[in-house]
Design a protein. Sequence first.
Length: 270
Amino acid sequence: MQPLTATMHSESETLFWTKAASMLGLPQNQMENSEVPMSAQRAEQSLRSFLRQNGLPDDMPLKSESDFFAAFSALVKRLPGHFVEKTPHHLYQPSCIALMERYANQSQSAGIHCHFIGLVRNPIDTLYSSWRRFGVRPSREAKHWLTAYRELRALSERSEDVHIIRYEDLVSGRADLSHLTSIEPRENEGERFVSSSVQKWRSDPKFSYQLSDECRELALDYGYDEEELSNDNCRPWPITNEIRAGAWQCFSRLPFAWQSRAKQVAKRFL
């Protein structure tokens, strides 16, 4: 199972389809404290650099939907075995999901069979992770979570190639991906999923966010129970949290190369 490692983004993410959507002029939701959606010019520069770094010509035609399909197929064929594209941003963008669906349908004629693996995580864990890592207010991230997992539910109803797995089941070893890929899990494979991140928010006295009814209902539909979704911390949202959120929002407007350093410094105080 091979992800692409030559990418400007962290954790082997490529943002391929959101960049394609930008260049095609498709509508996308504005992500919190993020450059997504990119401008068409920025997306083209980034995507062509990405293709070059992965051994493909950076002057490939990238004008039409079929051009992007051909470029992605070329990426898939460059690596042996199963190719993994794991950008979470795509699930937040209906236009990207539609692009990937059309690609999956057309790529079968070229001998490429696509599976969609929908990794679901307890929403309050997701909101806390986004809050701690990127300073995104939970109330805003919750709207994106709703969009993403409503889209995943709808996609699973349209396609038999969608497989929904809970993050907590991977962490605990109750589930793995071998039945989808025909590849046996490597030794210590489970260590890639951090069990300490599950319910981590419970130990943070400043995190008093309560899930909305909409988020709770959708999470229950995905198999979570009330206890997993309930935050017993009912204190008012601290003013220091708002200061932190404002700081991170300002950092997101800095040049990309400066953002990491600014956030590292701010973490000492916020």
